[in-house]
Design a protein around this ligand. Structure first.
Ligand SMILES: [Zn+2]
Length: 425
């Protein structure tokens, strides 16, 4: 019996050592300029063609087959309740704070469940994830700050959107009471002026206006409707902040938002018996639907390095999420700018083509496994937080290698193991 076991062990030992000596070892090293394969540019890889695609909304539309390539964006905002000095014209205290948080929560719920477009009738417009959420953002290092503020100011508190005294485009209230303006959307909830409300021709229900990266809303307290009723105004105005236009006139830069009569709701008579939109950028009773082009435009603005809209985002791209890895197994072409939150691995058989800007978080790397291919085509790789990322790790196993192609003017910045410009002509 003992002898039998010994023979088996000997067999196993021979087998495992033979496997060990014939199995090539996986080797990893940081890619240098001598490792890359430099290729000439052609018509489709030229700088002109590439930069045009980086500035096209379609390059920012989420790909439903690879939603993990489109990390959620978080927009910072705060809420101001503007009131008369006698405190009679707006919500105050805990009731107001609860109203603000519930309003934002409800607006986020709408953003989590995009709706199918009503128009054009019979349309096949895809219903894609909107992919952003709001976060009420108090001042850092101030535990008493809830991101909800109260102002009692008889001179500046009123909103007038019609008549000779109209002031809805006036920024004084923002200039005087804004908090973290530029990095947080300041939403001012204001009362309509009592003189306007007294006029039979003035509509004093819920309205809003976007002024740069800030928003004024009115009619909420006077209307007395529940918080959820006003989520549409918030989402519509944030659409404006991120560069969307009204869509009913048909000149908003999006082909998937049709021209229509802008009916508020269905009526018995034409045209509002059928041609009723539910798009967020029209005036209607739902304002729930965002088209692929509208989503693409919003995310394009979020991804533009110098855009004021990008400054409103929580910079999720600064911190490396080590619990996840973005693994590329298919042939993927990122034609829009990206901010990833994880390491990237191009697996065997996978191809990742970068034709735009890619920001990597602190300490992150791109690993190209044996048989994987990374194509840098006029790409700009960097860290957008004043930190460094690691660089590109190439792996080889025997004769099978990871491959990095270098086309045109590639910029690799803020990397500990950067490939220098001598690669370029
Ligand atoms: Zn509007």
């Amino acid at each position: 019996m003992l002898k039998f076991i010994n023979v088996n062990w000997l067999y196993l030992l021979i087998l495992s050592s033979s496997l060990w000596c014939c199995q090539p070892k996986l080797q990893s090293y940081f890619c240098t300029s001598t490792d890359v394969i430099k290729l000439p540019t052609n018509k489709t890889s030229s700088f002109l063609s590439i930069t045009n695609s980086c500035r096209t909304p379609t390059a920012y539309i989420p790909d439903t087959l690879h939603l993990e390539h489109f990390p959620m964006r978080y927009i910072r905002l705060n809420i101001h309740f503007v009131n008369a000095s006698d405190s009679s014209k707006n919500y105050v205290g805990e009731e107001a704070i609860a109203f603000a948080y519930n309003l934002v929560h409800n607006a986020n719920t709408d953003l989590q469940q995009n709706a199918k477009m009503n128009l054009p009738i019979g349309n096949q417009t895809p219903v894609l994830p909107i992919n952003f959420q709001y976060v009420i953002t108090p001042k850092e290092n101030d535990p008493t700050d809830k991101g909800v503020y109260f102002h009692f100011d008889d001179e500046l508190c009123y909103y007038v959107h019609k008549g000779t005294n109209r002031n809805h485009y006036n920024r004084e209230i923002i200039n005087k009471y804004g908090v973290q303006v530029g990095s947080v959307i300041n939403v001012f909830i204001m009362p309509h002026h009592p003189d306007s409300v007294a006029s039979p021709t003035y509509i004093s229900s819920g309205v809003g206006v976007a002024l740069g990266t800030n928003i004024k809303m009115a009619g909420i307290y006077e209307d007395g409707k529940p918080f959820w009723y006003y989520r549409q105004i918030l989402n519509h105005e944030v659409g404006h902040v991120f560069g969307l236009h009204h869509s009913w006139a048909g000149n908003d830069g999006c082909e998937d938002t049709p021209h229509h009569p802008n009916c508020w709701n269905y009526t018995e008579d034409a045209p509002c018996n059928t041609l009723v939109s539910n798009n967020v950028m029209d005036y209607n009773a739902w304002q729930l639907a965002w088209t692929p082009c509208q989503i693409g435009r919003v995310h394009e603005a979020m991804s533009e390095l110098n855009a004021r809209q990008r400054q409103l985002l929580v910079p999720t791209w600064c911190d490396l999420d080590e619990s996840k890895t973005l693994v590329i197994r298919d042939s993927i072409h990122w034609q829009g700018a990206k901010d990833v939150t994880t390491n990237i691995v191009v697996a065997s058989g996978g191809i990742l083509r970068l034709s735009c800007r890619l920001a990597l978080p602190k300490g992150a790397s791109i690993t190209v496994e044996p048989g994987g291919k990374l194509i840098l085509n006029e790409a700009h790789l960097h860290n957008d937080c004043g930190e460094t990322w690691q660089g590109i790790v190439l792996q080889t196993k025997g004769k099978i290698k990871g491959e990095v192609q270098w086309i045109g003017n590639v910029k690799m910045e803020n990397a500990v193991y950067a490939i220098q410009n001598e690669v370029q002509e």
